[in-house]
Design a protein. Structure first.
Length: 347
């Protein structure tokens, strides 16, 4: 077995990473960062590539739910290639450009486009680099990640955007609950990490990850982590949409991972139960396990939290990160060196 050092270690180290970021966020000069770009006056548009695009989707969902004002997410390539379609009224938008490295080519080109139009935008990054020098509005997190695939950087930047949204909305309860996430996940990793490692020893031909609402971009990111870390083919779908055609892939070589929400657990678990009855192996990640959840899942990850559901978004993705790495190890691969991938994508 390959001894993975960085990727798995960094996944397990996320609670400490979040603690460091939260300390910085509590000292954040929000007025200096945002200025007059309030969600009540400007539509926040989150922009990224790959994992950062799924982060953008989750951030937009969080902003919409927390502030009551519609936010959007776009892949950087859409603004680059189809600016009139993606930003038809750029003067009323406040873009947030997201890049772990601050060196992603498409994001930097979008930054140039916005500057040429005289539009103000925010940069969200970990490493800084060119993106951090492209605007006065910079939120740079103290996350130093050596792995190729994004793990702690994804969860920390999403945590930061939820923190900003809650501050703008004046939601102190939400901010307090974000502070509780490191201790929650730390205890869960001890319990479920070994179970995921064992489950990853099974062989799956098809992997489907299901989620609805704010959990849909998290499902997208979980599927991507399985693909990146294990060179396995994984797809992502809205949970109830999986019944409308995609379930044709289900047999005894398929795995279905369900990210189950508190609000719609009954309907979402029916889908997972159906896939299990059709022969698939199943994993359910759920906050509160019900008898139906236990029937629907071969492996159940129960968060067991009394927190507001939206604060738990980053706690759902950790298990996909771990599972993808463990599948890669089981296949004799090294998730620290994913096939065909580099840490930064440039032209």
């Amino acid at each position: 077995m390959i001894a993975v050092v960085k990727t798995v270690q960094e996944i397990y180290g996320q609670p400490d990473t979040w603690r460091v970021c939260l300390r910085e966020l509590h000292r954040l000069n929000l007025e200096g960062l945002v200025g007059d770009r309030q969600p009540s006056e400007f539509q926040w548009v989150f922009v990224g590539c790959g994992t950062s695009y799924y982060l953008a989707q989750a951030a937009a969902a969080s902003f919409t739910l927390l502030t009551g004002k519609l936010a959007r997410a776009l892949p950087a390539s859409e603004i680059l290639l189809y600016p009139e379609l993606s930003l038809p009224s750029p003067e009323s938008a406040f873009p947030v450009l997201i890049s772990r490295s601050g060196h992603t080519s498409e994001v930097l080109v979008v930054a140039n486009i916005l500057r040429e139009k005289g539009l103000e935008f925010m940069a969200l990054t970990c490493d800084g680099n060119e993106l951090a020098t492209s605007t006065r509005c910079v939120l740079q997190l103290p996350v130093r990640e050596e792995s190729t695939v994004m793990t702690g950087s994804f969860t920390s930047m999403l945590l930061a955007m939820q923190f900003v949204a809650a501050r703008l909305a004046g939601n102190e309860e939400f901010l307090t609950e974000l502070d509780q996430l490191p201790a929650l996940v730390e205890s869960l990793l001890t319990k479920y990490g070994p179970q995921l490692e064992k489950f990853a020893q099974r062989h799956f031909v098809d992997v489907a990850v299901l989620g609805q609402g704010a959990l849909y971009p998290i499902a997208s990111e979980v599927a991507l982590k399985v693909m990146e870390s294990s060179s396995s083919y994984a797809q992502y779908f809205h949970t109830l949409e999986f019944r409308h055609g995609p379930k044709s892939i289900i047999d005894d070589r398929a795995l279905v991972i369900g990210l189950i929400s508190d609000a719609c657990a009954e309907r979402e678990l029916k889908v997972l139960r159906e896939m299990k009855e059709l022969g698939a192996s199943t994993i359910a990640i759920i906050n509160r396990a019900t008898p139906e959840a236990r029937k629907a899942a071969d492996l159940l990850v129960e968060l067991s939290s009394s927190q507001l559901p939206l604060t738990l978004l980053i706690t759902y993705v950790v298990w996909g990160q771990l599972f993808g790495s463990y599948v890669g190890i089981a296949k004799g691969l090294n998730p620290d060196e994913p096939t065909n991938l580099t840490r930064v994508v440039t032209f």
